[in-house]
Each structure stands twice: as structure tokens, then as C-alpha cells.
Design a protein around this ligand. Structure first.
Ligand code: C5P
Length: 219
């Protein structure tokens, strides 16, 4: 029978990755971090890639191969055989990712890659357009939200936990700019699917947010 697909969408810093990995672990299935795919491509292409011609980008993208293995937090996503790691988790790469994510040629190429993974594996798929565009027939869809202040604090903790320098005010600005771009782009803008369960995590602990998702999957 067909793979189980659970989608988790939402804005930057909302804590999607943490609960998505836990949910994937609880379901014994892989976790797909689609933001990491945009980030890895953005980092590979470098600054200003979004100003390159469509044809050039299309040919570069056509040569990139993603693969996925493992379950839950042990899921490993690779680009051309190399695991995508913490090197893509800076806000600068996040902004580059958001910039290239406005380009139809990039979205089309990643949508194909994401859907191919969803045909091979059951997935907890996390991103911006998982429930709306990539997996419209998903078994269960979630949209996580939280206030901008809380999301900036969460991103701050995430970066400092990785040993990266972070400035809370600067993060708040960067996240606001990235969200604005993600919500207002023409193609696959960030928004809840009509059939998504919306979870406001502002005042929830990780355990509580995770419990809300488990309830939602079982419902
Ligand atoms: O989730 P993360 O912050 O890693 O995503 C980085 C950027 O990639 C987002 O700001 C967004 O512009 C883009 N993205 C997207 N669609 C997805 C996942 C990420 O456009 N499904």
C-alpha cells in the first residue's frame, strides 16, 4: 500500500524540525527536511544565484541528486552523496535559500525530488508548501505557528546550542524579512493548507507540541 505522508509546514523558527524528527521517530519513518534541500542548493550556488538565468539554473539543478536514509532524528539527507549538515543552518544561508525559493525553476526541480522520495518512503515532510503543493493528498497535515518574538528566541537558542554566534534583535529582523518573502512570493507561498490542523505553539513546550501532533495523527 502507498506510503504514509505527514506534512508539517510553518514559518521560520517555529520549532518544526524538533517535533517533526520526534514524530518521525514515533512512527518509525524517515524525516524529510525540505528547507535543508533549499539551503544546500543555495549554499552550493552561492550568493547572487537568483540573478542567474533560468536555463543555467535548470541545467545545474538537473545534475543534483538527493537521497534519504535512516529514521526519525537519524534520517540523513544527502546532496550528491554528501550529507547536508549544520553548515547550511546559518541565517545567511537561510536568506539565500528564501531568495532562490522564489524561483519557479528551483521549486519545480525540488518538488520533483520531494515527490520521488514520497513515493519510495513514508515521510514526515517539513517545509513551507508540503501540505499545499508537494503532498496535497497527505494522510495528515499540520501548520505550526508562534509569535515572531518567540520564534526569534527559539532560533537564537538553536544557533547558540550549535555554537554559532547569534544576536536576538538581528535574528528577529532576519526572520521577519524571510517570512515576509516566504508568505508573499507568487509561487507556493507559505500558508496553511485548507485541511491542515493549525497548532499555535507559542506557549507550548516541545513535549506539548509533540503530543498535539501525535493526537492529530491518531485522530
Ligand atoms: O525551513 P528552513 O528555514 O530551513 O527553510 C529555508 C528557506 O527555504 C525558507 O525560508 C523558504 O524560503 C525555503 N523553503 C521553501 N519551501 C520549503 C522549505 C523551505 O520555500 N518546503
Amino acid at each position: 500500500h502507498s506510503p504514509l505522508i505527514v506534512t508539517i509546514d510553518g514559518p521560520a523558527g517555529v520549532g518544526k524540525s524538533t517535533v517533526a524528527k520526534r514524530l518521525a521517530r514515533a512512527l518509525s519513518i524517515p524525516y524529510l527536511d525540505t528547507g535543508a534541500m533549499f539551503r544546500a542548493i543555495a549554499r552550493r550556488l552561492g550568493q547572487g544565484a537568483w540573478e542567474r538565468g533560468e536555463a543555467e539554473l535548470a541545467s545545474v539543478l538537473a545534475g543534483m541528486v538527493f537521497s534519504l536514509s535512516g529514521i526519525g532524528e537519524d534520517s540523513v539527507l544527502t546532496l550528491d552523496g554528501a550529507p547536508i549538515g549544520d553548515e547550511v543552518r546559518t541565517e545567511q544561508v537561510g536568506m539565500w535559500a528564501s531568495n532562490i525559493a522564489t524561483l519557479p525553476v528551483v521549486r519545480a526541480s525540488l518538488k520533483t525530488a520531494q515527490q520521488a522520495l514520497g513515493e519510495r518512503f513514508s515521510l514526515v515532510a517539513e517545509g513551507r508548501d508540503m501540505g499545499t503543493v508537494v503532498f496535497p493528498a497527505a494522510h495528515r497535515k499540520f501548520f505550526l505557528d508562534a509569535t515572531p518574538d518567540e520564534r526569534a528566541r527559539r532560533r537564537f537558542r538553536q544557533l547558540t546550542d550549535m555554537g554559532q554566534p547569534a544576536d536576538l534583535d538581528e535574528l528577529r529582523d532576519q526572520i521577519a524579512r524571510r517570512d515576509h518573502q516566504d508568505r508573499n512570493r507568487a509561487e507556493a507561498p507559505l500558508r496553511p493548507a485548507p485541511d491542515a490542523v493549525i497548532v499555535d505553539t507559542t506557549s507550548l513546550t516541545i513535549d506539548e507540541a509533540f503530543a498535539a501532533l501525535v493526537r492529530g495523527v491518531r485522530a
